[in-house]
Structure formats: structure tokens, C-alpha cells
Ligand binder design. Sequence first.
Ligand code: ADP
Length: 623
Amino acid sequence: MAQKRFKTEVNQLLNLIIHSLYSHKEIFMRELVSNASDALDKLKYLTLTDEGFKSLHFDPRIDITFNENGKKTLTIRDNGIGMSQEDLDKQLGTIARSGTKKFLDQMKGDAKKDANLIGQFGVGFYSCFMVADHVEVITRKAGEDQAWKWSSDGKNAYTVEAAEREEQGTTIILEVNEEGDEYVNRWQIEQLVKKYSNHIAFPIFLEFDQESYEGEDNKEKKVEHKIEQINTAAALWKRSKSELTDDDYHEFYKSITTDFEDPQFYIHTRAEGTIEYTTLFFIPKKAPFDLYQADYKPGVKLYVKRVFITDDEKELLPPYLRFVRGVIDSEDLPLNVSREILQQNRVMASIKSASVKKLLGEFQKLSESNPEKYTEFIKEFNRPLKEGLYSDYANRDTLLELIRFKSTEVEGYTSLAAYKERMSEDQKAIYYIAGGSEQTLKNSPLMKGYTNKGFEVLIMDDEIDDIVIPTIGRYKDVELKAINKSGAAEDIKTDEDKEKEKAAKPVLDKIKEALGERVKDVVASSRLEDAPACVVVDENDPTVQMQQMLKAMGQTELPDFTPILEVNPDHAIVQKIADLSDADMISDVSNILLDQALLAEGVMIKDPTDFVRRLTEVLSKIL
Ligand code: ADP
């Protein structure tokens, strides 16, 4: 019997679980029962779809026993799909799930935060080492004759050897340590199962000895061996709403996710008619940790007539709704629906589009009926909804109502609708500034030109804004304009400004000549108050910050978009340039003007040495 070492991530994860999940150690029960339930789902599915398994007699169940053979043990047994020798190695010797490495890297050693993250992540099987010093897994894969025993103390190594098991399935035997002591009794087990696994679709039985006293003075002790079912074992989503309480829904949510918290809200829908299906969706309070990872785990499970089909299909809902958890149960899909069929299936397509409409509609209702709760929702999920703006054209109008922005006018968030309400009559567009941190955007020298006129400016500090918002164009009949692009300048120009512009022509030409290729144009600005100059980009070019971001993301092909320099004709520096005749001095000052405008936007200047050299030159001439 050879010993095998765990893969390094397993060791890392085991350490982490033991240290950060300490106060949640009871979740080992949820994890083991949920694995057993998955195994039963998989076998049930095979018996319905695979000729080789159709004759298998199979009465799916989970059994829990404790303190057998005079030892402190807890045993969880299922008659599900089981594991082969190879499965054992793959599933229990390594961490099969992709993304684990990234997850482990995210953990920085803040135990409280870790507990939340790790809870969300779902630690699975290994959590049993919080409560056991030694774990045995005896398992036989459906369709195979040989059973196997895996055992480990959860430290560094495990062994696998041949074993006996009458039926297919898996038995997990925990030799409970001091930490697990409190769970080894009938009441605790019942409570844990009810708390976390009440809605598992298969019956969970508990075996125990019941003692009673009879006879004269109740002195005769009688011990009866009992087996009782301890969960409801019903598909909760098939029950009618009126029968169910918030607690039922919350419990169910926790049983299908790894969240410790109640969901933010849930949406339970039954559709009858040409296509029959039930959906139960949950919105978590906090964004799942893998929301922005390409290999995120989808949150919606597909059932067909209560038979579990898959929890690994990312297309059940559009990707931007990947934070939604829950169940879709269809009456009309075939059981052996493959991934390929699923993706082009008409029934699935209409369930999907109706579900999206339903979800977005409910979000909108919430925004009207409970703005505070909606703000909590937005804090977590504004960004995925913005993704929807460019990926889900059909629902764009609704999504435009749902997204929120920071603004110069209001604390917290505003909707576009509320912005539109506040617009003054002479205001031509919805103004925004995007690209950069909230602070840099708020301090943009361009801002005052608008706010002084009483025009509200939306502060779009989310990286995605810069990509998504320009693609929208307008909200209802109002154009959206970025103030750090050239187009919005015209809107606030007065006749006086136009006069000034004309007068400034010679100095603008002077600066433009000095800057040469570095700028697309040099124009007079009527929107700068204190600053001598600022950079904007041509209406159709990406903002400078965006260009920087795209480059950082590896888009090296990107052409260089040269900015437009807007200069303030009222500013002393600009007026002095008009009087300068020393060509070197004009060149130095113009370049400094451009570089400092770029710096103010939070942009790295390409040639800092040149900037410093010119600055030194100018300073030494004037001092
Ligand atoms: P997860 O369940 O999230 O994949 P786990 O660590 O809980 O992660 O389990 C790892 C794998 O081990 C499972 O995906 C499954 O393949 C296998 N496994 C665990 N428990 C059982 C069981 N009772 N029956 C069959 N396979 C199991």
C-alpha cells in the first residue's frame, strides 16, 4: 500500500481551512452531504439516459451513522456514482477545480476575510479535517466491481488500497477529534442537516440508538435501534410560494451555494403555457469572489422535471448575470440534453430570455420600491449590469434604467432618469467624465466649465465605463457627452468665448508649431478656470487613460492617438507666450504645458527626462 503525497495546493488549502474556517467548522457536514447528493444526482441521471445503467436498481439515499465499533466516528454513506481508483487520486489528492490557485493567491492571511472568501469558494471535502484526525473513504464506482479505500490524516499524504463494498457509492468515515466531538450525537446531526441540507432532493436517514426505561420504577433500560429520515427531501422550487417562508428560501439558498449569509432577495417564478418551467433565482448580498475571473463557476443549476442535469453551464443566463444563483427546472427539455443541444435549443432560449426579462424587471421594481436596498445591490452588481449594456442589446433600455453613476450633484449614486429630471433647460446633453480615479476626475480642470453653469457631470470612475458608455450614445433623446473629449466644448461656448478664441489664434498657432507631432490640435478653451491648459481627445478617440489601460492589457498594436491641447487664453502663462520671441523658450514652455496637463490627468508622460530638462531650463532662465 503506497503512500502518496497531496499536491501542494491541497496542503495549502488544508492549512487555510483549518486556520480560517475555525468558527465555521460545522460546514463540513454541508460539504459532505452535498457531495453525496451530487453523486446521487449523477447516478440517477445515468440510469435515465445511459443504456448501460438503465437496468440498475437504485433507490437513492444518504445514511448517517455515528459512534460505531466503539470509536468516536461519524459516517456519511451514499449509494451514488462512487469513485474509481483514478477518481480518488484525481478528486481527493489534488484540487481538481480550476481557479483554486488564484483563489489561494487571493487569500492574504486576514482570517476573518478569509473565512468569508473561503466560505464563498466552497472548500468541499477537505473541510472534514477540521473535525477529524483521520478520514477513510470507501467507495465503489457504479459499473465497476472493485471497491477502494482512501485514507489520510489530512497532513501530507494519503493511501489508496483495494477494499470491499457491497453496492456502488461512497462511505466517508470520520474519526472525530476534539473539535468535532460536539457533533457526534443525534441532536446535533439532525440540527446540522436541517440547517444546511434540508432541501437536498434525496432522503437523508440518521441511525441512532434510542434508550428508554420501562418496568417497575422505570429501571429497565431498553435500547432500540432506529433509522429516521431527517430532511424534507423535496424540490423546494416545485412547492407553491404560499407554502414557503423567507426562512425556507434562505435555507435553500445556503444549501445550494456556499454563502454563509442570507441572499439579498429571491425571485420564484412558475411559467405555464406553451413552455412550462420553474425558476428560483437568488441575488447574493455580496458579489461572488470569482465574478471577474474568466473561469468563474456558474451559479444556476439546470433540472429537467426535477432531475438534476448540470451546474456547469455558463449559458443558462447571459454572462453578465453570472452573479445570479438558483435553479431552472424545465418540463419540456429532454433528459439527455447535451451542452451543444442546450445552446441552440428553442425551449432553452425562450426560458433564458424570459428569465432575463424577469430578473431585470425585478431589479427595476426593487429600485423603485426600496432604493436603499437597491443601492446595496448596485454597490455589488453595477458593473456586470454595465457589461450587459454592450452584450445584451435587446434589454439595453431596461439596463440603462438600472445602472447608476456618481455625480457632481448628488451624494451616492444617480440614475440617468434622475439626471435628466435635473437638467436645466439650456442644457443640451448629459455630461460625464470617464477614465481615471474618482479624485482625478473630480479635480479635472475641465469640470468647472460645466458645474459653474449649473450643469451636472457624471463621474465615471469604473474602468468599464470608458469602454461601455461611448457605445450608448444617448439616453432617451439626450446625447451623452464626455467632457474630456473635444465635442462637448462647443456646448458651453458663449459669443464672448468665440471672440476670445479668434483673438487667441496667433498664440495657439505658436504653441501648435512648437509641439508639432505631439498634438492633434491646439484650441482655445472656454471651460478652464485656473488651469492654463488641459488635454482632451478627439471625439472618436479613446481617452488617454483608456489608451494607457489598453496598452497595459497587452494591446500593443494600438496606434498612438495624439491628444488635443486646450489652452486657457485668459491665463497669464498663455498671455506671456504670446509675447515670447525666443524659439527655445516657446518650445520649452509649450512642452511643459502639455506634459503638466497630461500629468494632471493621471497619465504617465512618455519622456520624463525631457520634461525635467525643459523645466530646469525655464526655471534657470527666469530665476
Ligand atoms: P467539489 O464537490 O466542489 O467538486 P470536493 O472537494 O467536495 O469539491 O470534492 C471533490 C470531488 O470528489 C468531487 O467533485 C467528486 O468528484 C468527488 N467526490 C467527493 N465526494 C464524493 C462522493 N460522496 N461520491 C462521489 N464522488 C465524490
